[in-house]
Design a protein. Structure first.
Length: 95
C-alpha cells in the first residue's frame, strides 16, 4: 500500500469516529432550551420576583453559599431572608 492510501484510510477512520456520536444537543432535540428560560421568567414574574443584580465581596458570597448549603436551600431564599432580617432590624432600631 502506498503512503497516500494509508493516510486516506486514517482520515476515513477519524471521520467515521467523529460522526458516530450524532448531532450535539444544541442542534437537536435540546434546541428549545431558551423557551424554558422564558417560561421560568414568566413564572418568576407571576410570583412577584424581580431580578436584582449586586456586586458583593467574595468572602461574603462564600459565607452566603455556605449558609445556603447548610440549610439545603437556594441562594435566592437565603439572601431574601437575610435582607428581610436586616431591614426589619433597621426599621425597629429607628423606632
Amino acid at each position: 500500500m502506498k503512503k497516500t492510501d494509508l493516510e486516506k484510510n486514517k482520515g476515513l477512520k477519524i471521520n467515521s469516529g467523529a460522526n458516530r456520536f450524532g448531532t450535539p444537543g444544541r442542534f437537536g432535540k435540546d434546541a428549545g432550551v431558551p423557551m424554558q428560560r422564558r417560561e421560568q421568567r414568566k413564572l418568576d414574574q407571576s410570583l412577584g420576583l424581580v431580578p436584582f443584580a449586586v456586586k458583593l465581596n467574595g468572602d461574603l458570597v462564600k459565607q452566603i453559599q455556605a449558609l445556603a448549603q447548610t440549610r439545603q436551600t437556594g441562594l435566592n431564599e437565603v439572601v431574601a431572608e437575610l435582607l428581610k432580617k436586616a431591614l426589619d432590624g433597621e426599621v425597629s432600631a429607628k423606632k
